[in-house]
Design a protein around this ligand. Structure first.
Ligand SMILES: C[S@@+](CC[C@H](N)C(=O)[O-])C[C@H]1O[C@@H](n2cnc3c(N)ncnc32)[C@H](O)[C@@H]1O
Length: 266
């Protein structure tokens, strides 16, 4: 109920392209947020989602995060996981367009689940290295299978707790980068929706960030804790442009930009 009122408040305060003076954000709205084209990759991944929604196989879910608000049992069908944990089509397609527009060299995804958003992000730009982390072994196995079915060659799935594997994976990857200034990384934080862990993941990734870095946080209104984490993040000195889409928050560290938070209609 509380979330419903927050959403109504968002709908009344969110701006369209007409209220935006920043050329960078105006460009984001017109070429990314409001892009209604149907890209061929959408249909391919949509077919996989359809198969997952029909898959009644049960797996044992190990939850290392904040858990699900709707699923309390550890035994879950793939169909149920797909309908509750995966981003919906509209949000997943937006992730695709963000990756297509800003062409990150690397994407770190925290929370693979069945791999639906990994596939969108990786398909947007075949030159991107996508490193996705999942703590539940049986869920990770299904995701691996989905990557194989879709022939996604630019995805590396790491099985482990974010707390243990994120920093080593970041070190591994960033140690190989020579042109650190022109490198673009996208961090998509989509697991363990609690305040302290979210801030820890942000601060860990921030050590490897530059002015091109983009962060995307899912479910910034999932709970009071997540809202608090989002507010803390956008108040950090390094954050210049932040975009609040209610279900998702996007952060840019562009240093040529005045600090401003935009609540945008999506
Ligand atoms: C919301 S789902 C990810 C959905 C996925 N990005 C999509 O939309 O296709 C979150 C995932 O993060 C995983 N997770 C949560 N906390 C974790 C942790 N501390 N370490 C590793 N994985 C974790 C969960 O097992 C779950 O599969």
């Amino acid at each position: 109920m509380k979330q419903f009122f927050k959403y109504i408040n968002y709908l009344f305060s969110a701006k369209t392209k007409h209220g935006i003076h920043s050329p960078f954000v105006y460009d984001f709205v017109t070429t990314v947020l409001n892009d209604k084209k149907n890209y061929p990759d959408y249909d391919r991944i949509k077919n996989l989602r359809k198969q997952l929604l029909q898959n009644k196989t049960t797996i044992n879910v190990t939850d290392l995060g904040a858990g699900s608000k709707t699923n309390k049992s550890n035994q879950r069908t793939i169909s149920k996981i797909c309908s509750t944990a995966e981003k919906n089509k509209k949000q997943a397609q937006l992730l695709y367009r963000i990756a297509a527009k800003y062409k990150p060299n690397v994407i770190f995804e925290l929370g693979t689940s069945l791999g639906v958003t990994s596939l969108y992000l990786a398909a947007a730009n075949k030159n991107t290295n996508l490193i996705t982390i999942e703590g539940c072994p049986e869920t990770a196995t299904v995701a691996r299978d989905n990557f194989k079915k879709q022939n996604a060659q630019n995805i590396k799935l790491v099985h482990g707790n974010f707390d243990d594997v994120l920093d080593p994976e970041l070190q591994n990857y960033f140690n190989t980068i020579t042109d650190k200034e022109n490198h673009t990384a996208l961090f998509f934080v989509d697991g363990n929706h609690r305040k302290e862990p979210t801030l820890n993941y942000f601060n860990t990734c921030l050590q490897y960030a530059n002015a091109n870095t983009i962060f995307i946080f899912d479910d910034i209104n999932w709970s009071d804790e997540m809202r608090e984490a989002w507010i803390d993040i956008i108040n950090q000195e390094q954050v210049t442009v932040s975009i609040d889409l209610f279900f998702m928050g996007i952060v840019f560290l562009r240093n040529q930009q005045a600090k401003e938070n935009f609540v945008l209609k999506f």
